[in-house]
Design a protein around this ligand. Structure first.
Ligand code: NOJ
Length: 796
């Protein structure tokens, strides 16, 4: 089953079956205001923080799905029949009404055709403003004049999400609404905040009170106002509020009418200004501006390979998802529904590593925030709000809800809540950003620690490595602490193979940088430690055919051939190879085991067989249903680690087989199994030990996006910046004869054609730069385009 198609020309995914099994979402907003919306215009909007700055309400995990949203109702005044421009909330039978949704880059468009009326609603947030525009066009395609009523409707929220869900004794009487000159103004009295809902037209009616619009014991599906064909002019201090504006329109055959709604931050005066400013021409200009914003990002790296779905993914959707993650972090989706604010340390560090070319500003901003959230002992605050440390952060309005602030000692957690991997990810993130920019001044910046004292960025990096080196267990392997990358593997003083390999990998990045900068002392100290850690990993963690996942506090192996459950784990084996810590034979054998035990047609499972026996020495993972999430699902995030590992081993066909299995685009025709959107990676796909094997869950907010992009572009296609050279080191299937990569780096466009006449999987025989044979491609300056021809094969 298929619910839509990729429109590559318009860079949209077109959903023509809007009754997809679950919500298929998209993200709006590129600055302060953001929204997550479904294919049926349901979703929520916030300014600054989805937790504290929630503009519109959402009933998460509700029945029916995705209510409420940004709804436009149309009513045929001849007979009172009404419908919505998005399929939901009215939900006309799909055999009578034609619906589609187009998700694009930071916008979504809803289209319908019903009883000779074609309508379209485009939602987007223009750059530079905190306003959600609903650009609606209605066309009479019938052969008779039509009298219609159009209603825009949105439900406001109590702003602070806890207040919205649990504390009505205060909030219910502290919100008010009124309509001034045709603009609805919503106010949160205790916060001195205002929001507005206005339109490009002089309305023929309004409602500000939700229940006046909907009617008691009704829902958005059958609002009494749409049924009656008029609004009641309601407003009030206290209660639940909405913005509802109505316009009566008469359309001759073939005639069109454009109505624009504005949902924004500010009072009735701001609403009036929006009305004046957002003429149809201005709206068109803003929409083009948004497209231009994304075009500029996508242009930084475009590929053309024999794998069509890989092209679709890398050229648009995968980059877009990676940017959305970097920007919105993890807490705004239909899964995490905005109830938490801040940054998860490890996720944010990894997100900042993957798109330094398309979003250097945000990557560096995140890196600085993480450095500020690092404790002087070297570890990172597992989950923190960067505003705690930002003197310039917007003051939150007074609220009766208790919110921890920087002055509160509780925000600095101790070792018992420290995840052993968190801060290690920051080192490669920093180093990859330096490789991208070539600007090393960051290393001398002085940044305070979260608890006490300050240090240069270089000091911060040293402390991260020192902390992991100190936190080693009885075998010399890094301890697992509260958790490592796997939230559900809670080893405490037990030891983690994954963290040890990660330590080596972070160390490799650090040492590369020190070598480049000529820092002898660091090379000596940290070089010796890296060598020692490699030795320990090779000797202590090798199980005979693959690597252990860890050792429990009481000395039992995890991920050993001798285990009945959780015999083989993906993270430790992929990282053994990615870290370059182990010998070639061990590495190859480990990846053979990954292939044999973990590969499925939907990607690699995290471990197999799944755990079924509760064992708190291993962790919460043993309490998770078999085949779900961290217990034997196809957890997407570590999959790209295996692609990097296969690419490092020169196994291009295997890397591509793994890549193709997980690629959402490849599931477009199997939606009855996948269920979730085929244009975004999901956090996990049910594994073989679950009855719903192949069903994907938790789209968008997952580290698999950044990692898939990173692994595919840098290790499979093999184009990656060094400190002073552009490395081209592809590892591809032997039947690929040619591919092309356009990569902008430090202001220069490299137009790279890779040819593979001998059908090898790895190895470069010759490189030409603008026609001349060269050993390497140095960092060029002066802008412009340079042509690179690469011949794969064996170097003579
Ligand atoms: C989701 C969390 O956001 C991420 O930090 C973690 O690594 C994975 N779950 C695996 O447990």
């Amino acid at each position: 089953m298929r619910c839509g198609t990729f429109d590559t020309e318009n860079r949209e995914y077109v959903i023509d079956r809007v009754d997809a099994p679950v919500s298929w979402t998209n993200y709006l907003g590129t600055e302060e205001m953001g929204a997550v919306v479904s294919q049926n215009a349901g979703g929520y909007l916030w300014v600054g923080s989805a937790q504290y700055g929630r503009v519109t309400r959402f009933r998460p995990n509700g029945v029916p799905l995705d209510r409420p949203g940004y709804y436009v109702y149309l009513r045929d005044d001849a007979d009172g029949d009404y419908w919505s421009v998005s399929w939901q909330p009215v939900g006309k039978p799909l055999e009578k009404a034609k619906y589609a949704c187009r998700h694009g880059l930071s916008y979504s468009a809803y289209e319908c055709e019903y009883r000779g009326i074609r309508a379209k609603e485009v939602l987007f947030i223009p750059r530079g403003d905190n306003v959600l525009l609903w650009d609606v066009e209605i066309e009479n395609r019938s052969d008779r004049p039509r009298a219609l009523s159009a209603f825009g409707y949105v439900e406001f929220s109590f702003h602070v999400i806890d207040m919205d869900n649990q504390n009505f004794q205060m909030s219910l009487y502290a919100t008010g609404s009124r309509c001034v000159d045709g603009c609805v103004e919503y106010s949160l009295h205790y916060e001195n905040l205002r929001e507005f809902f206005a339109a490009s037209f002089e309305p023929d009616g309004f409602d500000c009170v939700r229940d006046a619009f909907l009617g008691s014991y009704r829902t958005e599906t059958n609002p009494v106002a749409a049924e009656r064909g008029e609004l009641s002019g309601s407003f009030e201090n206290g209660g639940n509020h909405c913005g509802a504006l109505m316009k009566r329109i008469a359309l001759q055959p073939g005639e069109k009418r454009r109505l624009i709604f504005f949902l924004g931050e500010g009072d009735a005066n701001a609403a009036k200004r929006a009305r004046e400013f957002y003429t149809p021409e201005a709206v068109d200009r803003c929409f083009s501006g948004l497209r231009g914003f994304w075009d500029a990002k996508l242009r930084k790296l475009q590929v053309s390979t024999p794998n069509e779905n890989m092209n679709i993914s890398l050229n648009q959707w995968n980059l877009y998802q990676s940017e959305v993650n970097l920007f919105f972090s993890r807490f705004t989706s239909f899964i995490e529904v905005g109830g938490r604010t801040g940054l998860g340390y490890r996720d944010t560090a990894q997100d900042s590593m993957c798109v330094p070319h398309s979003n250097p500003e945000m990557s560096m901003r995140r890196i600085r925030q993480l450095l500020r959230g690092q404790v002087s002992a070297g570890y990172g605050l597992h989950l923190f709000d960067p505003d705690w440390f930002d003197e310039n952060a917007k003051q939150r309005s007074p609220s009766p809800t208790v919110v921890p602030t920087a002055g509160d000692k509780k925000i600095i957690h101790g070792l018992e809540h420290t995840c052993a991997d968190d801060a290690l990810w920051l080192i490669p993130a920093i180093v990859e950003n330096l490789r991208e920019s070539g600007d090393f001044s960051l290393l001398d910046e002085v940044i305070p620690y979260a608890d006490a004292g300050e240090g240069t960025v270089l000091d911060h990096m040293r402390r991260i490595l020192d902390f992991s080196w100190e936190q080693r267990g009885v075998h010399g392997v890094c301890k697992g602490l509260r958790a490592d990358w796997n939230d559900c593997l809670n080893l405490g003083g037990g030891e983690s193979a994954m963290v040890s390999f990660l330590y080596v990998w972070a160390g490799n990045h650090f040492l590369d940088l020190m070598r480049y900068l000529g820092k002898e002392e660091e090379l000596r100290v940290y070089g010796a430690r890296n060598d020692e850690m490699k030795r320990i990993c090779r000797e202590v963690l090798w199980d005979g055919k693959w690597f252990l996942r860890g050792i429990t506090r009481d000395g039992r192996p995890i991920g050993s051939d001798s285990c009945l459950e959780g015999k083989v784990h993906l993270e430790s084996n992929a990282w053994a190879v990615c870290s370059d810590a182990v010998e070639f034979e061990q590495a190859n054998s480990a990846m053979d085991a990954v292939d044999e035990y973990l590969f499925t047609e939907f990607g690699l499972m995290l471990n197999a067989p799944s755990f079924r026996t509760i064992d708190d020495g291993v962790g919460f993972v043993t309490r998770v249903f078999p085949g779900v999430k961290e217990n034997g699902s196809i957890f997407s995030h570590p999959n790209p680690w295996a692609w990097v590992a296969m690419a490092k081993l020169g196994r291009g066909t295997d890397a591509m087989r793994f890549y193709d299995a997980l690629l959402p685009e490849n599931q477009n025709d199997r939606i009855e199994i996948r269920q979730s959107e085929p244009y975004a990676y999901c956090q996990f796909v049910m594994g073989k030990d679950h009855t719903a094997f192949g069903r994907a869950r938790h789209p968008w907010m997952t580290g698999s996006a950044g990692w898939a992009y990173y692994a595919a572009t840098r290790y499979m296609l093999g184009v990656r910046p060094g400190f002073d050279e552009l490395v081209i080191d592809p590892c591809v299937p032997g039947d690929w004869r040619e591919f092309r990569v356009l990569r902008e780096w430090r202001g220069v466009l490299y137009d790279i054609i890779v040819q593979n006449p001998d059908g090898v999987e790895k190895g470069v025989r010759e490189i030409r730069l603008d026609g001349e044979v060269v050993d390497r491609i140095p960092a060029l300056s002066g802008g412009g385009v340079h042509w690179i021809e690469v011949a794969m094969g064996v170097r003579e």
